[in-house]
Design a protein around this ligand. Structure first.
Ligand code: HEM
Ligand code: HEM
Length: 185
């Protein structure tokens, strides 16, 4: 069976999306346990980074959005009868999502846990615990959020370029006519 190059890209998005759902639901399961619920409620804004922020984004962006992107890369060429405008941008989209989503998740989870434990151990408020990990917390957050944002926008650009691209249909039919020996209209 021949496979479009954009189908292979779609399959990679599905693999990444399902992996994110695995990690996100594993976290969901863990954070439902009484011990972790207690930790999350006692650590306020630090706990908020772990649940819901890290959990929601790995499931929704990593899982749901990636699978939506896979569906678009599979369906759009079939609905429009033409290839995706740029396979290169498609792969840029994939790697930006992988780097952005993983980075965002790890930054939220790591600093959430470190700052939460620091609050509890030192009996201090969130801003003090957070200040201890600056500027790393801020740089990690902004950088990974930017990669994720860029991943989304590259996708949007590729879809618009595919939809509005002018197909060289006329040229193709002329070449065919020439081959067949008939006059160019
Ligand atoms: C085994 C699967 C899952 C478990 C056990 C689970 C568990 C949880 C728990 C315990 C919370 C915290 C609720 C609270 O603070 O009151 C939560 C929040 C959340 N979960 Fe999950 N989750 C799972 C899968 C998912 C999936 C697949 C998605 C999205 C596709 C998702 C999206 C969210 C969101 C958006 C929130 C935040 C909701 C809010 O702040 O009100 N979860 N989840
Ligand atoms: C570049 C992309 C994105 C970035 C940088 C981003 C960042 C954020 C931030 C900083 C918050 C925190 C608000 C707060 O509690 O102070 C938030 C909340 C949220 N975002 Fe995103 N987001 C992005 C895309 C998305 C997408 C695509 C979805 C859904 C498919 C989503 C779902 C949510 C949800 C459900 C919450 C609320 C969580 C809660 O507090 O219960 N986000 N996001």
């Amino acid at each position: 069976m021949t496979m479009k190059a954009s189908d292979q890209l779609g399959a990679k998005f599905i693999l990444f999306g399902v992996f994110c759902l695995f990690v996100g639901t594993l976290q969901g399961f863990l954070q439902s346990t009484p011990r972790l619920r207690h930790w999350i409620h006692s650590t306020g804004q630090a706990g908020h980074l772990v649940d819901p922020l890290a959990h929601a984004h790995i499931n929704l962006i990593g899982g749901v959005v990636s699978v939506v992107m896979a569906v678009v890369y599979y369906l759009l060429p079939r609905l429009l009868g033409r290839n995706i405008a740029s396979l290169w941008l498609g792969y840029a989209n994939l790697y930006l999502m992988i780097a952005g989503v993983s980075g965002f998740y790890l930054v939220l989870l790591t600093f959430g846990i470190l700052e939460g434990n620091r609050m509890l151990d030192g009996g201090i408020v969130y801003p003090l615990a957070r200040a201890h990990y600056q500027p790393f917390h801020k740089i990690g957050f902004v950088f990974s959020a930017l990669l994720m944002g860029l991943g989304h926008w590259v996708f949007v650009a590729n879809v618009f370029m595919t939809y509005f691209r002018r197909e060289p249909v006329v040229v193709t039919s002329q070449v065919t006519s020439l081959k067949e020996g008939s006059k160019v209209p």
